[in-house]
Ligand binder design. Structure first.
Ligand SMILES: [Zn+2]
Length: 123
């Protein structure tokens, strides 16, 4: 009788673990909310929380050697214009995924996509 009770508890415990795992997994896959961090030098100068605004918009980042125009829209972010020498940042195109970066070496500008899905998973 006692052994049977233990078995029931084991099943309940396993079910709880399974639900927890599902919630965490859902948070990682479905609840992903990418953000973009923009660094000038080593300094974080701007965070873009929403990469999917209702309407595409651009903003200008000035640095001592020139400027970059950064555009946000459709879940992506990219450098649409720059007066830097090599224009690698403009040619880098649009980024949207976690861990992707655009670097403008002459202007020491870095745009990095981060994801706060892990904080979403906290129940
Ligand atoms: Zn550049």
């Amino acid at each position: 009788m006692k052994a049977k009770k233990n078995l029931i508890w084991a099943v309940i415990l396993a079910a709880v673990c399974l639900i927890c795992a599902a919630v965490i997994l859902y948070g990682r896959l479905g609840g992903e909310n990418p953000k973009a961090e923009i660094y000038l030098g080593n300094e974080l100068i701007k965070t873009v929380d929403n990469l999917s605004p209702d309407e595409e918009y651009s903003f200008r980042i000035d640095c001592k050697d020139g400027y970059n125009i950064v555009t946000v829209g459709g879940g992506k972010i990219w450098v649409s214009e720059s007066d830097c020498a090599n224009r690698t940042c403009v040619n880098a195109g649009k980024i949207s995924g976690g861990g992707q970066t655009i670097i403008c070496a002459p202007h020491k500008l870095v745009i990095r996509i981060t994801s706060d899905s892990q904080t979403d998973a906290v129940v």
